[in-house]
Design a binder for this molecule. Structure first.
Ligand code: ADP
Length: 191
């Protein structure tokens, strides 16, 4: 098993690239954002609680996403590895993920960190709001808060991964296909 993290600020293209990469490398794409939105769409108690937090652009509690991921890691067969998208988002989540993987004889093999300029992030998210209908894409103040939360709580994971020798920065500016090509080049050296 080869396990990748796709990493970057909101609007960096993680979700778009993940779908293409998962198909190309036979990876199971696990997006905590998608899982949480599925809970909201299904009207579960958890979904109701989380939707308020998400619509403000804050992070849901670590314990919620850690449990979601733990449930998905077991029982996945016939895949080459996992592609984690939007998880981990805090150093505590990273430590929990490493532990989950280590106890199953796996590790984080590579963090693909997409690098995108601030103004481009805002532009993409505002553009996406029209198609996604996502509450957290509609309001410019919420978008700025998500970027601030990323810089404060999520970005430190890059240092953590660099110390472990698994950090791979990737230029996230340009066309979807150009960025995909850059990611594939890095991943081909690892699989
Ligand atoms: P984005 O495009 O902002 O990266 P996501 O779909 O990954 O969007 O996440 C949307 C929201 O879901 C986040 O702003 C946050 O509230 C919540 N969320 C998703 N993943 C996590 C996580 N790993 N930890 C905490 N909150 C999360």
């Amino acid at each position: 098993m080869v396990n990748f993290l796709i990493f970057g600020p909101p609007g960096s293209g993680k979700g778009t690239q993940s779908v293409k990469l998962a198909e190309k490398f036979n990876l199971l794409h696990l997006s905590t954002g998608d899982m949480l939105r599925a809970e909201i769409a299904a009207g579960t108690e958890l979904g109701k609680k989380m939707s308020t937090i998400m619509s403000k652009g804050e992070l849901v509690p670590d314990s919620v996403v850690i449990e979601m991921i733990a449930n998905k890691i077991d029982g996945s067969k016939g895949i080459a590895g996992f592609l984690f998208d939007g998880f981990p988002r805090t150093v505590a989540q990273t430590v929990a993920l490493e532990e989950m993987l280590n106890t199953r004889g796996m590790k984080i093999d590579c963090m693909l960190a997409l690098d995108v300029e601030h103004d481009e992030l805002v532009k993409r998210l505002i553009g996406r709001a029209e198609v996604s209908g996502r509450a957290d894409d509609m309001d410019p103040a919420v978008i700025e808060n998500r970027i601030d939360v990323y810089n404060e709580k999520t970005a430190p994971i890059m240092n953590y991964c660099e110390e472990r020798g698994v950090y791979q920065p990737v230029n996230g500016m340009g066309s979807i296909d150009d960025i995909f090509g850059r990611l594939v080049e890095v991943m081909n050296k690892i699989v």
